[in-house]
Design a protein around this ligand. Structure first.
Ligand code: DGY
Length: 314
């Protein structure tokens, strides 16, 4: 039997199916650092890793037993897929199954940051709420506003659809390549144009090409009434510049699901009232996480049968 390492506890039915087909170890010590990943690549035939596990280029040096990384997650910027390929290791991911759940978190953050839901919740829980007031915690209207989508891939389109059909918002988007979509949305030529929308939602993939795409200059293109949402990867945004913009009032609010150095969230960010902070919940529904596990395992099963994994990325 081939040896399979699953680096985090995932849905029980997926683990049960894996145990029928492979000699399975479920790692229960949190994310794999580079040393643990390098060792795992020597000890196992296949690995089902996820976000936080360190599969940067150096871990692929030398003779590896492992030939398949079936990543749990659509984003795989924690894996150097080119270095893996050079070492003869196939990498797959889990697209589509998490698109709706992640787009829903985008809308959660748009609404929560615009309507000051975090502040309101803290007020009620702390006993500080003095009752209804005509000027109490006034937020920003969402319906009919403009949304700027940064990265019009699957998740960007799902957010845009929700904004258009659910909230009558005008959609503009910035995308590296030309993209046509089947609902009203206008592609703009510059990042700055999209950043000038009432709401900006970042949905690009992570990785070298998008690191710090949203820098100080991009943030400076936002309106002072603008609200910024990031559901992609923390490193896409210059976090210090974002904190400055929020603290100075250069932008009104932000809703974040991802951070530059997860799980570290800077004290300055946590101290800001005008920021809704979620712990990377994009795909976190039971149904979605089970589907992600199943897709990751299905790719590993295909590889074990000598077939091409359907969601291979390298
Ligand atoms: C992904 O799939 O890339 C998510 O960020 C993890 O849920």
């Amino acid at each position: 039997m081939k040896k399979l390492l699953i680096t985090r506890d995932i849905a029980a039915p997926v683990i049960a199916q894996a145990r029928d087909l492979f000699d399975v170890t479920v790692h229960d010590g949190g994310a794999l650092d580079a040393t643990a990943s390098a060792q795992a690549l020597r000890d196992y035939d296949a690995i089902l890793p996820t976000l936080g596990d360190d599969f940067a280029a150096p871990v692929f040096d030398g003779d590896l037993r492992c030939k398949m990384l079936g990543n749990f997650g659509v984003g795989y910027n924690h894996i150097d897929a080119a270095a893996a390929r050079a070492a003869g290791v196939t990498v797959s991911n889990t697209p589509d199954v998490l698109t709706d759940a992640t787009a829903d978190i985008g809308l959660t953050l748009i609404l929560a940051s615009a309507r000051r839901a975090g502040e309101g919740e803290r007020m009620v829980r702390s006993g500080a709420w003095g009752g209804f007031g005509p000027k109490n915690l006034l937020g920003t209207h969402v319906t009919g506003k403009t949304v700027g989508i940064i990265g019009m891939g699957r998740i960007g389109q799902a957010v845009a659809r929700r904004c258009h059909f659910g909230f009558a918002m005008e959609v503009v988007f910035f995308n590296r390549s030309a993209k046509s979509v089947d609902f009203p949305a206008r592609q703009v030529d510059t990042l700055a144009e999209a950043m000038g929308a009432d709401f900006v939602v970042v949905t690009t993939p992570g990785g070298a090409e998008t690191t710090r795409l949203i820098d100080k200059d991009a943030l400076a293109a936002m309106k002072s009434s603008g609200i910024f949402v990031n559901i992609s990867r923390g490193e896409v945004v210059d976090e210090a510049a974002l904190i400055d913009a929020l603290a100075s009032g250069a932008i009104t609010a932000a809703g974040l699901d991802v951070y530059e150095n997860e799980p570290h969230v800077p004290d300055r960010l946590r101290a800001l009232e005008n920021c809704v902070l979620l712990p990377h919940l994009g795909s976190a529904t039971a149904e979605t996480r089970q589907a992600m596990g199943q897709m990751a395992l299905d790719n590993i099963i295909a590889w074990a049968r000598g077939e091409a994994p359907p969601q291979a990325v390298n």
